[in-house]
Write a protein that binds this ligand. Sequence first.
Ligand SMILES: NC(=O)c1ccc[n+]([C@@H]2O[C@H](COP(=O)([O-])OP(=O)(O)OC[C@H]3O[C@@H](n4cnc5c(N)ncnc54)[C@H](O)[C@@H]3O)[C@@H](O)[C@H]2O)c1
Length: 290
Amino acid sequence: MNEALSNFEFPTSRLEALLISARVPKFQISLVKDIDMIEKMAVPVECFDLKGKIAIVTGSARGIGKAIAESFVLAGASVLAVDVLDSVTLPSNEHMENWHGFQADVSQPAEVAKMTDFCVSKLGTPEILINIAAISSPSPVREMTLENWRMNIDVNLSSVFLCTHAVVPYMIHRSRGAIISFSSVIARTGGEMSAHYAAAKAGIEGFSKSLAREVGPYGIRVNVISPGMIDTEMLKLMPQRQKQKLVERLPLRRIGYPEDLVGLALLLASSAGSYITGQTIHVNGGLFMD
Ligand SMILES: NC(=O)c1ccc[n+]([C@@H]2O[C@H](COP(=O)([O-])OP(=O)(O)OC[C@H]3O[C@@H](n4cnc5c(N)ncnc54)[C@H](O)[C@@H]3O)[C@@H](O)[C@H]2O)c1
């Protein structure tokens, strides 16, 4: 392997950042066989550049949201990283000058309004919105309380409406924007103990298709990313034996990592994805095929 890569510490160019962003799993740079071959890709890779763009990423204190928010900073964006956890103010390392943490509960209209005002006044007009914040509180329907149902719908679905509603007028004003929301394979397959979560995620898919039709004429693209089994805190709620059984049936025979979602998020947020709208794209190792 090239010495520059074997001594790798942190990306010094957007090209390196993109490669690292697309890593599977973390820092598995050994996948890159020859730096010269990669350098030849430099021109097409430029269309993934997010330089000068302002992105709001909800649910970015950890897991998939954090991996995506950090990759967007590396790709040149200024990121407002939003989460109900106060740890959102702390990115993983000091190379994150354009990371701006903001603590907010995105299921609460007043907090979403504050988040939007902060973004517009301190960073500028948001051009990218990534709705990732979500909770999972498993329960069979027969034991599900109305409170649990409402909490799931509020955090997992209404938050997507609230953030979109707050941000889309700015995008319309500038005649451009990209909105990406996170669904789940469970929206298509159903999941035990997850009727409320599945309903919310299926709602995101319907909401996003409708919105794509509505705001497409203003140059705004709306898409959904639907992950399968990704190794995060959320997946810890699934029993180990169930995970193992699912992995054995997966065509790719491995669990996903937060970094597996980064390449698609970059595609959909950047000019590389400029003709993609109204789509739900699955990132699940073959767990479900549309
Ligand atoms: N991990 C998986 O296997 C998996 C599978 C399918 C879909 N997804 C989806 O991918 C996305 C990311 O999931 P993850 O696995 O990284 O989960 P995670 O639990 O690690 O991260 C979710 C983040 O959202 C934040 N959050 C929760 N409620 C919030 C609120 N009201 N306001 C602001 N922030 C809030 C949490 O604090 C957390 O940081 C979610 O939309 C999830 O539904 C995950």
